[in-house]
Design a protein around this ligand. Structure first.
Ligand code: NAD
Length: 494
């Protein structure tokens, strides 16, 4: 059985805990590898190595740090297919989708190549007579990233690229369900010229996470995962004095107004709901259909579903792969099976006719869903699209704003005024206008509102640079010593 260990100090290091997790091939349902689950001692070694690497990396000049990022950019670009193949093997997403993940992750490395510009401070000459004031951004030290199973390459790239470029050293704890992409990233960063110890991967579960949360040498934690764990990470990390950004789950609504192009809206809903088997935090999981067009829209979504080719990534033409584990597949299935009993209408039942092996489900469509039903209230995180009927704009926005999540949302309309009002009214962090999956480009920042993000800063982009640096303000003068005198008054400028 293939064994996946840790990446510490520029090499593969076997764990000492004696504990391991199972890495499945979701397309067959069979175990394909075991992954070491770190002990507290293993985490301590990784943090100690990162701490030891920090002074030299921090002192490495900006041009050189940018050069390492440029090399990394070239290496990820050259290895797109290799990384994507690791994703399809362990996560199950189809190759085209996996290549898309790598491409969007790569944009974050490209952004970090601009670190000399991004780390510029401000300068005020003659703030007071003969006195200049300026601000500088400095790295924090050892920072950690804890990442989910659904984007095993892109989400780590959201974090380590900016963190390292800013001069921090990094400990990554990827999802134990699909850890190989992170290990490969470790190798690539070494090839890119990053000094050993500056980037480490510690595989593990709650034991490793809890040690990172309490470790006195870890200055900051970036987390992406489900809401209950995000809340726990934020509360525990901040209690231990760390800077924390913890991104949680989602329930993304797409509001379709009566004037929308219904074919375009149906295409968008199907793509955004079932892409990556719905295991995207920016997937559309609820369509809010204005009454006047609801029947037509549901019919158009329904007629598109049979054309979706569900199958393993290895099979030509597959568009939607399996879910991550059998346990998760069964949980998702439960929402579909329970929907009719709650009063909803099961329009397309994705639990029937699924491939015999692997963790597959077909796409499901559930109509007449209302708050209070489990399939509305919970984040399902699978290929299940629900439709709630609304009277119109006000009703739709009220539903979105009363939801506990606020990650992404979209409006489909041809009315520019309504779209602009939506941007103004909606209490959600990322908004699409006729764009169903509005993941911000790397030079903006990604983050939701409400229970989709705990902490003050969004991830990557300019807010990522702020998260991974702290500001120091210097007030400086070079006076003529002959003018020096004792003055106990508070310094004033006028
Ligand atoms: P998860 O919360 O189960 O796991 C995320 C990470 O936390 C993993 O590394 C895991 O090992 C660790 N973890 C799990 N349980 C823990 C515990 N009890 N204590 C400490 N650490 C623990 O999430 P997942 O199932 O891997 O990913 C899917 C979730 O992530 C969905 O809810 C999805 O919406 C969310 N997500 C959010 C975003 C975003 O940007 N907001 C992006 C991707 C995924």
């Amino acid at each position: 059985m293939h064994r996946i260990s840790h990446w510490i100090d520029g090499k593969v290091v076997e764990g000492t805990s004696g504990r391991s997790g199972v890495v499945f091939d979701p397309a067959t349902g069979l175990q394909q590898a075991s992954v070491d689950l770190a002990s507290v001692a293993d985490v301590d070694v990784a943090v100690a190595v990162a701490l030891a690497a920090f002074p030299a990396w921090r002192a490495t000049n900006l041009s050189r740090r940018a050069e390492v990022m440029f090399h990394m950019r070239e290496l990820v670009d050259a290895n797109r297919k290799e990384i994507a193949t690791l994703l399809t093997k362990e996560h199950g997403k189809v190759l085209g989708d996996a290549l898309g993940e790598v491409a969007r992750g790569l944009e974050n490395i490209e952004f970090a190549c601009g670190v000399p510009n991004l780390m510029k401070g401000g300068y005020s000459e003659q703030a007071s007579t003969g006195i200049d004031v300026y601000s500088i951004k400095q790295p924090l030290g050892v920072v950690a990233g804890i990442t989910p199973f659904n984007f095993p390459a892109m989400v780590p790239m959201w974090m380590f690229a900016n963190a390292l470029a800013c001069g921090n050293t990094f400990v990554l704890k990827p999802s134990e369900k699909d850890p190989s992409a992170s290990m490969f990233i470790g190798e690539l960063l070494k090839q890119a010229g990053l000094p050993d110890g500056a980037f480490n991967v510690i595989n593990g579960d709650k034991v490793a996470v809890d040690r990172l949360l309490e470790h006195p040498d870890v200055q900051a934690i970036s987390f992406v995962g489900s809401t209950p764990i995000a809340r726990y990470i934020y509360e525990t990390g901040t209690k231990n004095g760390k800077r924390v950004q913890a991104l949680g789950g989602a329930k993304n609504h797409m509001l379709v107004l009566a004037d929308a192009d219904l074919d375009m809206a149906a295409d968008a809903a199907v793509s955004a709901a079932y892409g990556s088997a719905g295991e995207r935090c920016m997937a559309i999981s609820v369509v809010l259909a204005s009454e006047a067009i609801a029947d037509d829209l549901v019919a158009k979504i329904q007629e598109r579903i049979p054309a979706i080719k569900v199958g393993p990534a290895s099979e030509d033409g597959s568009e939607m792969g399996p879910l991550i584990t059998g346990e998760h597949r069964d949980k998702v299935k439960g929402y579909v099976e329970g929907a009719a009993g709650e009063g909803a209408t099961l329009v397309v039942d994705g639990t029937v006719g699924v491939p015999a092996t692997g963790f597959f489900l077909n796409p499901s469509l559930i109509d007449n869903v209302t708050p209070g039903m489990k399939c509305y209230d919970d984040e399902i995180f699978g290929p299940v699209l629900t439709v709630s009927r609304v009277h119109g704009y006000d009703d739709g926005v009220a539903l979105i704003n009363s939801n506990q999540y606020g990650n992404g949302t979209a409006i489909f309309t041809r009315d520019g005024g309504a779209a602009r009002q939506f941007e103004f009214d909606v209490q959600v962090g990322m908004v699409g206008v006729n764009v169903p999956v509005p993941v911000p480009v790397s030079y903006y920042s990604f983050g939701g509102w409400k229970n989709s993000l705990f902490g003050d800063t969004h991830i990557y982009g300019p807010e990522g640079i702020n998260f991974y640096t702290r500001t120091k303000v210097v007030t400086k003068r070079w006076p003529d010593p002959r003018t020096s005198k004792v003055d106990l008054g508070f310094p004033q400028n006028r």
